[in-house]
Design a binder for this molecule. Structure first.
Ligand code: FMN
Length: 249
């Protein structure tokens, strides 16, 4: 089965090098509008988008994420979990606001941000733009809260660098569906190890032959390598989420 949208979705790759052409205001507004039309849990629209245009802030985000290339993107969005706006609405009505602070609402904001992020990525790709979602902003969330003046019941979740692509990376091969799509019950197949070995061979060939950043690794090795990250790096996360007013434990 094929159509323009399926083709676009199946051609996705993250883009980390951009021409120096900035996005126009119309492009920025269009991307935000596309995000706004994405599904939103309980129609609470519980996220906000901050366009980062200040070069000093971009530079600091480059340091926090380790991705200084974001400073050369055509535009940078910060997507923020936001129950603050709804707190204002609830307070105006003298309503009990306890639920806005719940883990459930924090999760709902997380879903909203993730879905909005994908809408921006896909809308951007349909406009000839390329992007990278950045979870690495979580490396130092308190610094980002201070930089962006984020109030109570907000929390920075994802950045998105977007721009006119100056690279066309090879498509990253995904898992065989037998290892991630099940029927009715969770069930890894009996030949899990064989299928994984085949996928490891596919990913090893991809990493060894792709058109940039060649390396010798497999999907399994990549998963294990990721576990070696310094656990202290994001040790502040829970305490910062709490400090912002969310009741997480
Ligand atoms: C929630 C999320 C966070 C991500 N964070 C980063 C990041 O901080 N830095 C980065 O270079 N890529 C980041 N990525 C991009 C992934 O590395 C990328 O999607 C993955 O390697 C698959 O490659 P592809 O998007 O080119 O298919 C993130 C993607 C998602 C969905």
């Amino acid at each position: 089965m094929s159509n323009d949208i399926l083709t676009l979705l199946m051609q996705h790759r993250s883009i980390r090098h951009y021409t120096n052409q900035p996005l126009t205001q119309t492009e920025v507004t269009t991307l935000v509008t596309a995000a706004q039309h994405a599904a939103t849990s309980t129609f609470a629209q519980q996220y906000s988008i901050i366009s980062i245009t200040d070069s000093a802030i971009k530079q600091e985000l480059g340091t926090i994420t380790g991705h200084h290339w974001l400073e050369k993107s055509g535009h940078y969005f910060m997507l923020v979990a936001d129950q603050h706006r709804n707190l204002k609405i609830a307070e105006k009505a003298n309503a009990d606001t306890t639920i806005l602070r719940s883990f459930d609402k924090f999760l709902a904001s997380t879903f909203d941000v993730a879905i909005a992020a994908e809408a921006i990525v896909t809308a951007g790709e349909s406009m000839g733009l390329g992007s990278t979602i950045m979870g690495s902003i979580l490396n130092h969330t308190q610094r980002i809260i201070d930089l962006l003046n984020l109030p109570e019941l907000t929390f920075p979740l994802l950045g998105i660098a977007i721009g006119h692509p100056a690279e066309q990376p090879d498509l990253k091969p995904r898992l065989p569906q037998q290892l991630m799509h099940f029927s009715n019950q969770y069930a890894l197949p009996a030949d899990f190890n064989t299928q994984l070995a085949a996928y490891d061979a596919t990913t090893a060939a991809y990493y060894a032959n792709r058109n940039s950043h060649l390396k010798q690794t497999t999907f399994s090795q990549h998963i294990v390598q990721e576990l070696k990250r310094d656990p202290q790096l994001r040790a502040e996360l829970i305490s910062v989420i709490k400090k912002q007013g969310f009741n997480v434990k």
